[in-house]
Design a protein around this ligand. Structure first.
Ligand code: SAH
Length: 211
């Protein structure tokens, strides 16, 4: 159930659902999703479902990871630097890490971040820099970013994140409180173009950190 064959079937389903970027599909073929979920759920890791991880958080369903990643990478320049808000178990981080030059990722729950840091290191995923902080403020030290991916639902995109986006940069976010929509923003000059994708359900983007 946790084999390469199971993963191949997952990727096949993603193709059937309309994911067409071959690099994204290839990345998802390689990242061992069963190692990112709790052992009790490892058998279900390749179903197209969101699953619980520690600290009342969830790992997003494979289709949504693929969809968000595809929207982002289709629009990125060569050797991009990407900021992720909401590291969680690090599955999305690991997929991104195969596709971009460097991933900066922020998680607000410190013990969750520590576990994820160890997991990524043990998988030899090394082009990732992680920190525990409130992602609402972004990571100005390493800005601007060619892409920003927010994996928790924000009532609206935090303005610090828009500021830290490069010219032509792309931001993917589940936006809204009760009703959430996946949105893609592109920054051109002082304008922000927006495109609405489908309805989604994410845990909320919260304030502050938990130690
Ligand atoms: N990308 C993750 C999805 C995790 S769920 C994965 O593949 O597993 C969303 C995560 O966002 C949770 O871990 C939650 O703690 C985190 N989060 C919520 N608000 C945040 C904030 N303001 N800053 C950083 N992380 C936040």
């Amino acid at each position: 159930m946790t084999s390469q064959r199971t993963r191949e079937r997952m990727v096949q389903r993603l193709g059937d659902l309309g994911i067409s970027n071959l690099r994204v599909l290839e990345a998802m073929l390689h990242v061992p999703r069963h190692l990112f979920v709790d052992e009790a759920f490892a058998q279900r890791a390749y179903e197209d479902a969101a699953l619980p991880i520690a600290f009342n958080q969830t790992i997003s369903q494979p289709y949504i990871v693929a969809r968000m990643t595809e929207q982002l990478v289709n629009a990125l320049p060569d050797k991009p630097r990407v900021l992720e808000i909401g590291t969680g178990c690090g599955y999305q981080t690991a997929v991104l890490a195969r596709l971009v030059n460097h991933v900066f990722t922020i998680e607000r729950i410190s013990p969750l971040l520590e576990k994820t840091k160890a997991r990524l290191t043990s998988l030899s995923i090394l082009n990732v820099t992680l920190k525990c902080a409130d992602g609402n403020f972004g990571w100005s030290q390493f800005s601007p970013f060619d892409g920003i991916l927010i994996t928790a639902a924000a009532p609206q995109v935090p303005s610090a994140l828009v500021k830290q986006l490069s010219e032509g940069g792309i931001l993917v976010v589940p936006e809204g409180a009760n009703q959430q929509v996946l949105r893609v923003y592109r920054k051109t000059g002082d304008k922000l173009e927006v495109q609405n994708l489908e309805a989604v359900r994410f845990v909320p983007l919260l304030d502050g950190v938990e130690r």
